[in-house]
Design a protein around this ligand. Structure first.
Ligand code: GLC
Length: 434
């Protein structure tokens, strides 16, 4: 076990130095990466005053509102059904091991008691409760890791240098654009987040792409900011949703709406690094609560997506957009519950696994844990799957029942004879290999 750990640390160190010459992650950071990678499943929460409009988190920019008119929503934000204990319990029961919470989205509203802007949950709403504090406390109590989403892009503050989004948003004073002021503001906020809310396992940046079409490349001064994060909490993982290969100083690689290597949404397809991986995905169509968006993916689809992410060695960060009253939508809760039930039986084939030996197939995928190779069959018309394996198969059993499964050596690998699989979410065959 110790040896496995050491070789993993070595792999992660090598992987990091391949992408980052100046940055050497600390021991705590490497441990944190390992724990993160073992978790395989997290819940993303997009929540802010935008939930009141019920049009998703991009409403301010999509309509091109006046920022001061938009900000009035804060005075009506009173999520009387918010209950951190219930949220965290429901998230834990889904089998997720961490929560990523939007501390401040592109609209600039802060969901904690920040001294850096009055536009926050305590000063600008009648609710006056530090939601992040309650959430962080509950996460600690119930033993679930906390990650914080933090937007680089800002659609409300005067000092923020305008990017390619929110060009229609009015009410900002262009004469006050001041990058150093904005940058320092962000760093002071990040300092608050990493000082006053206990251990934060990751800071999940987003919005870099707002300046990806600038004529002169925009300097976000990320090195210094990442160093600040690592100085305040060495174990805190730096993630950035820039849709590029990881930059120096980042600890994990994230993908949006696509599994690593795929690109159905036009945001991914970038090379896959050897850092721990995560794909974020919505349960319905939007991240923030959107009243018309009831097109929820089925439990079967979501479970298979989670399994497929694990098959690629990636975590799934699955989003829920809470309602303005503070409740998680019923449709989301139902799916989370079903995923938790599935994971309580099959989690051994997902948590702490690595990508399996065989890349994704039409019938499903594979995950590996030590000498156990899990063959996840979603659908199979024929009666066997052929696995091009370099290892030797010693034994094959149905994961759920322990019943043995026939297998034979064939050209280029092994045939695992299961018979057709038509009525399972995921029919799992466990192979012992050598
Ligand atoms: C995009 C969107 C943002 C969302 C994020 C989640 O970057 O701008 O609204 O928070 O994706 O992955």
């Amino acid at each position: 076990m110790k040896q496995v750990l050491l070789s993993l640390i070595l792999i992660l160190t090598v992987a990091t130095s391949a992408t980052a010459q100046g940055y050497t992650p600390t021991e705590e950071n490497l441990r944190s990466r390992k724990e993160f990678a073992e978790d395989r499943f997290g819940i993303f929460i997009h929540w802010g005053i935008y939930s009141i409009f019920a049009q998703g988190e991009w409403y301010l920019q999509n309509v091109g509102l006046n920022r001061d008119e938009y900000a009035k929503a804060a005075d009506a934000f009173y999520p009387h059904r918010f209950n951190a204990k219930e949220w965290v319990a429901a998230i834990k029961a889904s089998g997720a091991k961490y929560i990523c919470f939007t501390s401040r989205h592109h609209d600039s509203f802060s969901m904690w008691d920040t001294a850096e802007s009055e536009f926050n949950i305590v000063d600008a709403t009648p609710y006056k409760r530090d939601i992040l504090k309650e959430l962080a406390k509950e996460c600690k109590k119930q033993g679930i890791a906390l990650h914080l989403y933090y937007s680089h892009a800002d659609w409300s503050r005067d000092e923020y240098p305008r990017g390619r989004t929110a060009t229609g948003v009015t009410g900002r004073n262009a004469e006050l654009i001041n990058w150093p002021a904005y940058y320092n503001f962000m760093n002071r906020q990040i300092t608050e987040l990493l000082t006053n809310y206990g251990p934060v396992r990751a800071i999940w940046f987003d919005g870099w792409w707002d300046h990806d079409e600038d004529e002169t490349p925009f300097d976000w001064q990320l090195d210094e900011q990442y160093a600040l994060v690592h100085k305040l909490q060495p174990a805190c993982l730096v993630a950035n949703n820039h849709h590029q290969v990881p930059f120096e100083g980042e600890d994990i690689q994230i993908f949006e709406r696509d599994l690593p290597g795929e690109n159905t949404h036009g945001l991914s397809g970038q090379a896959i690094s050897r850092l721990p991986l995560e794909t974020c995905q919505t349960m319905n169509g939007m991240w923030g609560y959107k009243v018309v968006d009831q097109d929820y993916k089925s439990t079967e689809t979501l479970i298979r997506y989670l399994v497929s992410a694990a098959g690629k060695g990636a975590n799934l960060l699955l989003n829920v957009g809470p309602q303005p009253n503070g409740e998680l939508p019923e449709a989301a809760l139902e799916r989370m519950k079903a995923m938790g039930e599935w994971l309580s039986v099959n989690g051994d084939t997902i948590y702490a696994t690595e990508a399996g030996d065989v890349a994704q197939q039409e019938w499903g995928c594979t995950t590996r844990k030590g000498d156990r190779l899990f063959v996840h069959i979603f659908e199979l018309e024929g009666d066997a799957v052929v696995l091009p394996l370099e290892c030797e198969v010693i034994e094959a059993t149905v994961f759920a029942s322990g019943e043995s499964v026939s297998f034979e050596k064939c050209d280029g690998g092994y045939r695992i004879i299961t018979g057709p699989v038509t009525d399972a979410i995921d029919y799992i065959v466990e192979l012992r290999t050598k």
